[in-house]
Each structure stands twice: as C-alpha cells, then as structure tokens.
Design a protein around this ligand. Structure first.
Ligand code: CTP
Ligand code: CA
Length: 225
C-alpha cells in the first residue's frame, strides 16, 4: 500500500464483504456445509474498516471475534446470504464474495429429525441448485461503477479454472487459491493469484490473510478511481 499506508484511503466508500460458509438444513439437527471458517472475509472487513471504509460484513456461520467498526449481518443459508448481500449492495462501491456459498441445498427439508430404520437402506438426499450470488451481482450491478470480486478455491488447473470462472461469473477480480497443503481453509495464511477482467494477474505471496486483504483493496481502490 506504499504511500497510502496508515491513511484512510477508503474513507467515504461502502464496501460489502461476505464471509464464512453457508449451511443448508436437511432436518432440525443436520445440514450440508463446508470447511470455510470466515477468516479471509473477516480480514478483508477489518482491513477495509482500518482504511476508513464503511463496511458491511455478511457472515455465514462464523465463530470469530467481531471486527471493530464493521456492520455485521449474520446469516445461515445461501438464500439468507443472498438477501443480505443484495440489500447491502444497493449503495455499495464494491462487493467481495469471500463466503463459501453452497451450490446445492436439499430439495426437501424434513421438519422432524430423520430416523434410521433397521434393515432399510437410507433414503437418498435430493439436491437442488442455489442461486449464484456472485454472478447475479456481477451481471446486474446495483450501483454505477461498482466493483465486484469473487474468490475461488481450486484443487487442480488453478489458473485455467480461475480464468474460465472469472469470465463465466462476469466479476472484475477473482482471487484464486489452491486448496490443500496447509493453504486457505482455516489457516491464518493464504497464497493466491488475483485475476483481473482486464487480463492482468497479481501474485499474492504466502502470508497473512490481512496482507492479501490489503493488496486486494489496493486493486479495488484503483478501479474505483
Ligand atoms: N458463489 C456465489 N453463489 C453461489 C456459489 C458461489 O456467490 N451459489 C461465489 C463464491 O462466493 C465465490 C465464487 O462464487 O466468490 C466462486 O465460487 P466457486 O464455488 O469457486 O464457483 P462455482 O461457480 O460454484 O464453481 P464450482 O463448480 O467450481 O464450485
Ligand atoms: Ca461452488
């Protein structure tokens, strides 16, 4: 962040960040979920607030200390996350989708706990698609000049998959990480490549999630000017 270090260079901006992982309920005691802890999203929110922005953090099932000076909205499911992000995005300068949003949810929620029956095989769980929040926000920008950022965790062909995903979603920036090997989920550190719609690529060296956050906000700030 060089010359801007310590300055409120994001003052006057409203930035929306989603974090954590959605849970899609199956019955009153069970859900389909994922391993996201929300640490990268929380780091993004904390860094943006420290740089002077008004921040709305939409947090799905996180168990982390509330970042100082951030408006926190708690959600559970992908549908709740979508509502909260769309509402906050109405006047946002940028939206960063760091949350792991479930692609599918159980087609039928059972209002009573599913029981096993001796001698019977378990019923298959039918799934249906959830809406793609990032694609929706990217394709119908709610505020002029709004910058939209996605995250992608990939296990193979990381850059090729990332480029294709960026194009498919229609976002401005996509932060791509390779998962596994002590990276991404749950860890304090991250290593990534930030792909831009204009074709540029920014490597983020292995380091604290707050460092990735600073670099990402620099790229967002450039696009807001
Ligand atoms: N995302 C979203 N809504 C969904 C699924 C994903 O907004 N229903 C967002 C995530 O928050 C993330 C980005 O899309 O910023 C990429 O998520 P990812 O799971 O990598 O992409 P998918 O399009 O779901 O592709 P895949 O089939 O690889 O899971
Ligand atoms: Ca997905």
């Amino acid at each position: 962040r060089g010359a801007d270090a310590g300055q409120a260079d994001l003052a006057g901006r409203h930035l929306v960040v989603s974090a954590g992982g959605t849970r899609e309920p199956l019955d009153p005691v069970r859900f389909l979920g994922n391993l996201s802890t929300g640490r990268q999203g929380y780091a993004l929110a904390a860094v943006a607030a420290a740089r002077g922005a008004r921040v709305t953090l939409v947090a799905a099932n996180t168990d982390l200390p509330d970042p100082a000076g951030v408006d926190l909205v708690r959600v559970g499911t992908a549908a709740e996350l979508r509502e909260a992000v769309l509402a906050a995005a109405a006047d946002a300068d940028a939206v960063v989708m760091a949350a792991a949003v479930a692609d599918f949810r159980p087609a039928h929620y059972k209002h009573v706990k599913i029981k096993k029956v001796e001698g019977e095989s378990p019923a298959p769980v039918e799934l249906v698609r959830n809406p793609d929040v990032l694609a929706e926000i990217s394709q119908q920008r709610q505020a002029p000049g709004q910058v939209v950022v996605g995250f992608a965790a990939e296990t193979d062909d990381v850059l090729a998959n990332g480029r294709a995903k960026l194009a498919r979603k229609g976002c401005d920036l996509l932060v791509v990480n390779e998962v596994g090997r002590g990276r991404a989920f749950g860890s304090a550190d991250n290593e990534a490549v930030i792909l831009s719609r204009d074709g540029s690529e920014t490597a983020v060296p292995f380091g604290p999630k707050a460092a990735l956050a600073d670099l990402l906000w620099d790229l967002v700030a450039e696009r807001l000017r």
